[in-house]
Design a protein around this ligand. Sequence first.
Ligand code: ZN
Length: 369
Amino acid sequence: MRWSWQVAVVAGIPVRVHATFALLLVWIFGAHLAAGEGIPQAATGVGLILAIFACVVLHELGHALTARRYGVRTRDITLLPIGGVARLERIPERPSQEVAVALAGPAVNVVIALGLALALVLGAAPLHLTDAASLRGNFLAELLALNLFLAIFNLIPAFPMDGGRVLRALLATRIEYVRATQIAANVGQGIALLFGLLGLLANPMLLFIALFVFIGAGQEAAAVRMRSAFDGIPVARAMVREFRTLGPEEPVARAAELLLEGSQQDFPIVDDRAGPLGILTRSDLLTALASGDTARVVGEVARRDCGVAHPREMLEGVFQRMEASGCPAMPVVAEDGSVVGMVTLENVGEFAMVQAALGRGRARRPRVA
Ligand code: ZN
């Protein structure tokens, strides 16, 4: 996510904080001062926010570590003013596993709340949890209440809350996955509108939450539609078949000629004996040309870390590898080692658009965005 910085690595997972999070802390601090309170109270308010976000990190780790049990890795955890997002590399195979991963987060908050309740009851100055007056302003009691809120809020059965994942997984046992996602997303946007309305009438903070929920629900549905366009599609069906290759000893000037001749942007570098060596990307070619040394051989300039795809491999996995490596293209290599095609981000995107257009044609009704 742009505008976010890595602040820690927990259990091998990078934890990032979004820039707007700092705004939240400043706002809380200012709100306390504006209410006529002193610096200590304002600092305690900020401390409470930091403590609750530590609980959010634990919540996200609940998702991430449960997913790890099912062999799903987590790219990173990002903290936004509104909560956390754990980016799993994929969703678990079985719906029951998705339910377990989704419920693990709120379960962590319930456990924290129980722990805080015990600490309050058994602590040095024991408190009665039913005595609301004695709990007001108590740091641990407020943290407990916020953890309960996190657990309950996240169990709302709508995207992008965890409850939405549970709903989608349950629906997916009966109907098709994309449709299940769309329903959970529509419920999410309906609830967001309700929050927005309440926000206008009561609490402006709800408006903020409503906006987050509305955008999150739409994004989830769009991501699943994109993924479903690749679902079960082998590379051979989406690869470019007409393309030029270059030998490792050819000069970059020759690559520049080919670039100007046609629409091909990236060129596989193929050695007659050793097979595919890498990809000469357009940006690397332009950098090499800009340095003025047009006699330099392309084998030196080409990227070697892009890997290769196989014709019968599924497109989704190839697309993920390309996203991870930042390579705009990948040669497709047959069993005998010959380069039979090329996958580029551009043609994969076009393929997804064609699939989506075909899918819309089949459904024969306009999609509600
Ligand atoms: Zn969660």
